[in-house]
Design a protein around this ligand. Structure first.
Ligand code: ATP
Ligand code: MG
Length: 440
């Protein structure tokens, strides 16, 4: 039987890694200037954590988790998202007593058993950003600004692409204002019950808000006439939303209000948002987030309001670099070039091969990306090899050259070469580095 990866689990080849690493580095650098601290939480948690936080009757918990019993018969789940784990960490490690705001980010894989398609995987990576601090619309506006800043960072030197992201905003209200809304929504859904898909029929009783999130076209049509939460907000929630919008206007963040926007997780309250990218097709939400003021308390910690968001790394990358079907805004060629060796070292003769490691080490210590095959081949064959590997330069040394203390540096792209006289290996590495440093 042919061995294959698990469906929806993707390999990252070097060219994928180059793009993802570039995006992750950009995000990390921005997050650090906002004083977010990087953490790592486990990939595996007790199933109960996700049932209690995400909600028993959400799609994620009911249909999408990878849950199993381990050898001790304990129920464990591969994390489908990071917020629950971060809250567990804060409670377990007593971090809630630390000065506020608490600001964390974590980058890693999430697992959801969904139907794989473009932009939808079963193992996908998220950049998660979470902030714990007393309720304040300024903090929220800044967090949304940060999400946008990260997403747009790859375009910082060019105008094109700056408008591909749109922010959608809504308030889900607090548990108080949701009571009346849920009642009216329920009435509306009961009236339209027969038109809804089978899953939504079940959702009516278990979790009526979820019907608003159904991707089924008929359900979408029904729901487009449903009551909206924004008309049920209590004074506090309304004022909060108004302040947030004022600040967003002031800091020049454009948004579209979508009163039917809901999220697939139960813990969200008040502000929620999604950032969509043009040209991504059906899976166009690149980042999503919102407030979860009561989650920490519900999991056994103190009351501490919080807000966060997650960027889907793969979707973010598609929105920038495109994919097999569509060219992106940025050309990934530059990234692929970075993977090529700066220097291919060609040593001719057994005696010289032995010294290869020493020479390469000096150059590598200077940051030169060196390749060396330690093969006893002719100069012609070796140069062909250097070409195939797209090396920028080759350094050629034979017994004769060694005696004369003179090596040949060949520019592979221009097909020109020059001699470099040297005293010892270190001297040679310094001289080679000086020659090529502007192009590596
Ligand atoms: P969707 O509506 O697309 O299913 P979601 O509401 O389930 O998304 P969140 O839980 O809010 O998504 O996750 C935040 C981000 O993580 C999404 O905006 C998306 O970029 C990414 N994401 C979520 N699920 C997947 C997946 N199965 N494959 C790839 N990326 C995903
Ligand atoms: Mg989903």
């Amino acid at each position: 039987m042919k061995l294959q990866a698990v469906r929806g689990f993707k390999d990252w080849l070097p060219e994928d890694f180059a793009k993802y690493e570039y995006l992750i580095e950009l995000a990390k650098n921005i997050l650090k200037t906002y004083n977010y601290k990087e953490i790592k939480i486990p990939i595996l948690e007790k199933t109960e954590l996700f049932v209690r936080s995400i909600g028993e009757f959400t799609d994620i918990v009911q249909k999408e988790t990878y849950t199993f019993q381990d050898r001790n018969k304990e129920f464990l789940t591969l994390r489908p998202e990071a917020t629950a784990g971060i809250c567990r960490m804060i409670i377990e490690r007593g971090l809630f007593i630390n000065p506020k705001p608490l600001k964390f980010f974590t980058i890693g894989p999430m697992f959801r058993h969904e139907r794989p398609q473009k932009g939808r995987l079963r193992e996908f990576f998220q950049i998660n950003v979470e902030l714990f601090s007393p309720l304040n619309p300024h903090i929220e506006a800044e967090l949304i600004f940060l999400a946008m800043e990260i997403l747009k960072a790859p375009f910082s030197f060019q105008e094109k692409g700056k408008n591909i992201y749109t922010l959608e905003l809504n308030s889900l209200g607090c548990p108080k204002c949701r009571i009346k809304y849920k009642e009216d929504l329920l009435k509306f859904l009961e009236k339209n019950r027969e038109k809804l898909c089978e899953t939504c029929k079940e959702r009516i009783i278990k979790n009526p808000l979820r019907v608003l999130d159904c991707k089924n076209e008929v359900c979408k049509e029904v729901v487009s006439k449903s009551p909206v939460i924004t008309e049920y907000l209590c004074k506090d929630c309304k004022d909060h939303l108004i302040s947030l919008k004022e600040i967003l206007d002031f800091i020049d963040i454009k948004y579209v209000e979508n009163p039917r926007l809901v999220r697939g997780l139960d813990y969200y309250v008040r502000t929620i948002f999604e950032i969509k990218a043009k040209g991504l097709g059906a899976q166009d939400t690149v980042a999503a987030g919102g407030r979860y003021d009561y989650l920490l308390e519900e999991l056994g910690g103190p009351y501490l309001p919080a807000i966060g968001f997650a960027i889907g790394l793969e979707r973010w990358a598609i929105s920038i670099f495109g994919d097999e079907e569509k060219r992106g805004i940025l050309d990934s060629k530059n990234f692929l070039e970075k993977l090529n060796p700066d220097l291919f070292i060609i040593l001719l003769g057994k005696e010289l091969l032995k010294r290869g490691v020493k020479l390469a080490t000096f150059l590598r210590k200077k940051g030169v990306r060196c390749e060396i095959t330690y093969e006893e081949k002719s100069l012609k064959a070796q140069l062909k090899n250097a070409d195939k590997l797209s090396a920028k330069y080759s350094l050629i040394l034979g017994e004769e050259e060694l005696k004369k203390r003179s090596a040949i540096l060949r520019d592979m792209r221009k097909s020109i070469q020059e001699s470099i006289d040297f005293k010892d290996w270190e001297d040679l590495s310094v001289k080679v580095f000086e020659k090529i440093k502007n192009e590596i």
